[in-house]
Design a protein around this ligand. Sequence first.
Ligand code: PMP
Ligand code: GLN
Length: 412
Amino acid sequence: LPARYAGSEKSVWVEYIQLALENKPLNLGQGFPDYAPPEYITKALADVARSPDPLLQQYTRGFGHPRLIAVLAKLYSRLLGKEINPQTEILVTSGAYEALFSSITGHVDEGDEVIIIEPYFDCYQPMVKSAKGICRFIPLRLKKNSDVVSSGDWVLDRDELEGLFNSKTKMIILNTPHNPLGKVFTEAELKVIADLCIKWDVLCLSDEVYEWMVYKPNKHIRIATFPGMWERTITIGSAGKTFSVTGWKTGWAYGPANLINNLFMVHQNCVYTHCTPIQEAIAMGFELELTRLNSDECFFNSLPRELESKRDFMGKFLKEVGMKPTIPEGGYFMIADWSALASKVDMNSENDKYKDYRFTKWMIKNVGLQGIPPTAFYSEPHKHLAENCVRYCFIKKDENLKKAAEILSNWN
Ligand code: PMP
Ligand code: GLN
């Protein structure tokens, strides 16, 4: 294994998806809906599969299928209040994963520093390391310790953040709405980050795959819209999250042409082009939603409404069983502190180093409920911050959330 991959051998997803296959628990682990996406999107794919146009089954333009980049440019031009060039300022990728990879590999050079906010989506670190960059971590910290905790109570220390910026800093990775905390960064919080990026001439890689999953009264704000930020921001989205079709693995990155051009270089020599039929179907989905963006029926508005009641239901049953959840302002994950229940768990039955791994594995095997250990989202020196927590996903059928509540209350 090349040295640049040393330390990246373990993946929480590989391990926990295998555990789910072997133990068949009620799975609130990996983030995906266990119910059907909107019918129009799967119908669009079926129509594309049967289309009389044979070219829809062949390679398409490498940097993004023309129909998809056209509608993405229309949508984001409207959301950003700025004209986006579909040919030069957007790249369609194999999932947001590839957009992250192309952005990091296309910009980070040996010895460059990248600031990562903890907890973080776990692939950021190995991607930076594989580009021979250096990760500099800063944890979100819980500013109060009361019975009702919101993801908004997890904040960055301004001075600590400022202290990480220096002449070697190349990039900061932002994730809002946030996985796993569900934090939706406020305008004031984003301004602190934007001001530091401008002061130190640093790029911002903004992972916004949960952009439509925001609960009232919170609002998703795009850091690319701040003065002086468009020219230094690459923003990432995901059709898997946007249309509840995570298996379609289609993402995109948008930003100024000079920055996106570096992503083109990475993409054209590895993936080259992403699947045509899937891109065509997603384009059809966006074309429909663009005609009703401000209406209640728009899926981008109905999905968060539906998720909000699932969030509230989960928050309630986790509290009832004795856990201490952080109620998310966005996204579809909930972090909960389980330490009050530790005496009911055999913490010696697994030999993992961190308690959250032992807790989640014991729960999968003995109680039949799967969550994800959140220390996977921290650097080694900060893993202790999340050892008493678990991450649950709530984009699940109501009946399965009810089952999860029953499993926990029967165990209790
Ligand atoms: N970023 C974040 C924060 C995520 O949670 C995910 C989850 N899959 C991704 C990126 C990757 O998205 P995709 O499935 O489109 O590759
Ligand atoms: N983003 C999803 C999650 O956090 C899926 C991650 C993955 O499959 N690697 O659960």
